[in-house]
Design a protein around this ligand. Structure first.
Ligand code: TRP
Ligand code: ZN
Length: 889
């Protein structure tokens, strides 16, 4: 059992097993907002009735509320006497004695200008905006704030005409008018929705406007609303929106369903973006882009986040979640859909490689640490803490496996059935799996285990070839390591997309024992036992099995010998598997050198095959620049750390840098030529070709600097000075950030002066210094917290400096003296009272303590303990800290 915060009333964890339907339903809500400079008044009229299926005919009415000042309340238009209701310790409102159906009129006062938690109604840059997922609506007014209560919302907003000329909410706009200095507008959302999808925005905004015509011929308006001056940075977001609308029609037959679709960009936002019905609210970072200020990665992220939020219109809004334990029902599915979309927009292999990198960088460590939880968790203290890589990214992998098992057509039929069954209602993960099963006839009962079992399965392969009988046997074993609270793991069905590669590098046809004919190309094996042997017949020559093509399951593949990895890194016909084999081979080579380095041995020359493979990839790069850039990148320090029983941060850094410089030495001529050949003076374009060229050229720049820091600094400075586009400028500056030089100092100063008025670019400036490997980085980062542009109230700025340092600077965050840990804990303590959601996320870097040596373990635990013992720590941060410490002595 989790221990509980000392400050607050004892908190009961929410349990999935205790789910009960709500005692009451709210069919309709009318909201009247009077937005003011000092305070805002919210009047609401709720049509409430007892829930016939709850079986609780005498239950009191309980409404959620938080930090609300109740000004008036009446039931069926008669004022409620104070003894008829009470406000509870957590802020909720209870009315013990109510009829079966009634109207409730409530007036509350709130203070959006003082809302630093950025949940509920708050202000950002002088404008009003909301964030209601997961439990923010209760900070706006009293309500049954849970996703299985869906109401029709009607909204009237009154505000100062000059300060807030634009007033937006969900649904379609209605009557508008003036009242002296003030004006009002009404919004009516015809689709019932839970309170977490409510949104309101008011401010001095300008829009990029457009329109879209659905396949069935209905035209509606599109608007992307931003602060004055940013309107010329919305074109890419708009193009992405229209592309995603078209894609969802073509791929799933899903059309948009209102007369307007609005997006608003705000600079103070806890997360990436939010799918409020008809009024998506975005972090500016996922909307604004122009070549001078945004990198290729920014362009790609905007495309995928815009798509993600739009796709939620069906998978999230029209069909929503019954309770927050079903979060992956909307998030895993919607991430999968945005991944499919990105793959269709560019190079499918390179986009899949990005998915895999993200999964391995954040989800695998989460699944192996103290915060491991199933894709469908069983309990939580604060739901905000469960917007995790496991729920999102592993959740998406589970959907992808169903897609692989059912095939594209089966999956599309399953989606159609899911939506047909659950449109306008709140569904569960088992509902989704059932729809997939019923539409395809494929039994998914065992598959459901993936949702309940935490931990990354490990599969080990062994094989045997008999030249006399021409039989090839492949034995696959699976095992999932224990995770907190879950020890005995069951086998799960693992789809392994595979093929056999012959000794000459050609793909061989495959025939399993018992099959009548051989098949060409990739085939699917499903491994659902602890051990399983697959017997291939008629195998002409000893093959190399190419396994997990396209990364067909979120597992770790062990037991493939280095020689075979090297072979597959050149010959695998599946690009994703070829890339992965190359990365695994590099990991093996580097880890061997880490062991030598730790033993104080001098390092032998770098593995000749690895050098030859990379040379081959570089020489052949013109085939696909973007893919070559991925394949030429050495595994990150974090990836290498994940593979070590006890992480040695200094050894990893030293060995990886040594290998980079050795490679740069061996490939110097080719790297220099490639760099020069890829120089592109033509205007900036963001198509896959152009992005791939820049990625490879900047990869070459990095290697050239690793081989020759002085020459590299000059080259990087020249690229920086050319100011071609932000991708090239930032790549150059990132190289310089790791080289102590006059060029570094000049470029950093120049960059800040040039871009000091563009917050998203200033974020990059902070992040790149936080990532530096130079000695003294901790002191520099602490110094940057005193920079005039640093702000702890803006989550983007805080993440850029503190988040980047703790999550992307392994070397310095894990400083042996503990200064990095102390810095993070200091920052968490400052942030926690103001913004618990973001503070709780920041603390996670300390949770990895079990992976380090005893001295670092002690230092990390000491900082966690310091946070744990702080009186008044938020429940959000407390949950993360206490889970991170669980089992520690
Ligand atoms: N539903 C959002 C998404 O994934 C996530 C989100 C946005 C969120 N803002 C939040 C989650 C605030 C928790 C708290 O698209
Ligand atoms: Zn989402």
């Amino acid at each position: 059992m989790l221990d509980l915060p000392h400050d607050s009333a004892p908190l009961k964890p929410m349990l999935l097993s205790e789910y009960r339907p709500p005692d009451f339903l709210i069919d309709r809500v009318d909201l009247y907002f009077h937005l003011g400079e000092d305070a805002t008044e919210v009047a609401s009229v709720l049509s409430v009735r007892r829930n016939p299926v709850a079986g609780t005919p005498n239950a009191p009415l309980r409404l959620d509320g938080e930090e609300l000042e109740l000004l008036a309340i009446s039931l069926d238009k008669a004022e409620l006497a104070p003894e008829r209701y009470r406000i509870e310790a957590d802020g909720g409102l209870v009315i013990p004695d109510v009829p079966d159906a009634f109207l409730l009129d409530i007036l509350v006062r709130i203070k959006p200008q003082l809302n630093t938690a950025l949940s509920g109604l708050y202000t950002s840059g002088g404008n009003f905006c909301t964030q209601c997922e997961a439990e923010g609506f209760r900070r706006i007014t009293y309500f049954i704030d849970r996703p299985d209560v869906s109401a029709r919302f009607w909204v009237r907003i009154v505000a100062d005409k000059k300060r807030y000329p634009i007033l937006l909410s969900n649904g379609n706009p209605g009557e508008a008018g003036s009242e002296g200095e003030k004006h009002y507008i009404t919004w009516d959302d015809p689709h019932p929705k839970p309170s977490y999808l409510f949104a309101l925005v008011a401010g001095d905004l300008v829009a990029l406007k457009d329109s879209f015509t659905t396949s069935s011929g209905r035209e509606f308006a599109l608007g992307i609303w931003v602060r004055r001056g940013d309107e010329d940075k919305c074109a890419h977001a708009m193009a992405s929106l229209k592309a995603s609308m078209r894609w969802d029609e073509e791929t799933y037959g899903l059309e948009y369903d209102l007369d307007v679709f609005n997006i608003v960009a705000v600079s103070d936002f806890n997360m990436g973006a939010m799918e409020n019905k008809g009024l998506n609210i975005f972090n500016t970072r996922y909307v604004l882009a122009q070549p001078e200020t945004a990198t290729d990665t920014d362009y790609e992220n905007i495309e995928s986040v815009i798509a993600h939020e739009y796709f939620h219109n069906w998978t999230g809004d029209r069909v929503t979640c019954r309770d927050w334990f079903q979060l992956s029902l909307k998030e895993g599915l919607t991430v999968f859909r945005d991944q499919q979309f990105s793959a269709a927009m560019g190079s499918a292999a390179v986009s899949r490689i990005a998915d895999i990198r993200a999964l391995r960088a954040s989800q695998f460590p989460e699944d192996a640490g103290p915060l491991a939880h199933p894709v469908q968790p069983q309990s939580y203290l604060r739901i905000d803490n469960f917007y995790t890589a496991t729920v999102y990214n592993k959740g998406a992998e589970l959907i992808r496996m169903m897609h692989t098992l059912l095939g594209r057509d089966g999956f599309r039929r399953g989606m159609a059935l899911y939506i047909e069954r659950h449109d306008n209602s709140a569904a569960t993960i088992p509902d989704f799996v059932a729809a997939m099963q019923d539409a395809s006839g494929i039994d998914l009962s065992e598959f459901a285990r993936w949702y309940h079992q935490a931990g990354t399965p490990e599969i080990t392969v062994e094989d045997r070839y008999d030249p006399a009988s021409k039989i090839f046997e492949l034995t696959v074993s699976q095992k999932t390591p224990p995770t907190p609270g879950q020890t005995g793991k069951q086998p799960v069905p693992i789809p392994i997309a595979m093929g056999l590669i012959g000794p000459n590098g050609d793909e061989m046809p495959t025939r399993l024992d018992g099959e009548t004919a051989a098949r060409d190309g990739t085939r699917l094996l499903v491994c659902d036992q602890p051990h399983q042997t697959f017997r291939f017949v008629d195998v002409a020559a000893p093959p190399s099995p190419s396994l997990l093509r396209g990364f067909s399951a979120p597992v770790k593949l062990l037991g493939v010998p280095l020689d075979r990895l090297k072979f597959l890194a050149i010959h695998d016909t599946d690009p994703v598997a070829r890339w992965d084999a190359g990365q695994r081979a590099a990991i093996a080579v580097l880890l061997e050198r880490v062991a030598l380095w730790r033993a104080g041995k001098t390092l032998p020359p770098l593995d000749a095959d690895l050098v030859a493979t990379l040379r081959h990839t570089l020489a052949d790069a013109a085939r696909d620049h973007a893919f070559a850039a991925e394949a030429l990148m050495l595994p990150s320090e974090a990836t290498l750390a994940d593979e070590m029983a006890v992480v040695d941060v200094e050894a990893i850094h030293a060995v990886r840098e040594e290998a980079r410089s050795a490679l740069a030495g061996s490939l110097a001529t080719l790297l220099g030529e490639t760099y020069r050949n890829l120089t592109d003076p033509s205007p900036y374009k963001t198509d896959g070709q152009a992005i791939g060229r820049r990625a490879l050229r900047n990869l070459c720049l990095g290697y050239l600097a690793a081989g020759n820091p002085e020459g590299g600094a000059r080259l990087a400075k020249a690229q920086f000075d050319a100011q071609q586009n932000m991708t090239d400028v930032l790549a150059a500056l990132s190289v310089l950030a790791d080289i102590d030089s006059t060029e570094r100092r000049a470029a950093l100063t120049d960059f800040y002066q040039r871009w000091r008025n563009d917050p998203l670019v200033v974020d990059k400036w902070f992040a790149l210094q936080a990532r530096s490997s130079l000695p003294g980085t901790i002191a520099a980062v602490r110094g940057l917290t005193r920079h005039s542009a640093f702000s702890r109230t803006n989550p983007n700025r805080l993440r850029a400096l503190v988040g980047t340092f703790s999550q992307a600077n392994q070397l310095h965050f894990h400083d042996a003296a503990g200064a990095g840990y102390q810095f993070l804990a200091d920052e968490v303590l400052i942030l926690d009272p103001d913004n618990p959601q973001v503070a709780a996320r920041m603390v996670q870097a300390l949770g990895q303590w079990r992976r380090f040596d005893p001295a670092r373990q002690a230092l990390m635990k000491a900082q966690l303990q310091r946070l744990h013992d702080r009186p008044g720590l938020s429940t959000n941060t407390f949950e993360m800290v206490s889970k991170s410490l669980a089992g520690a002595s």
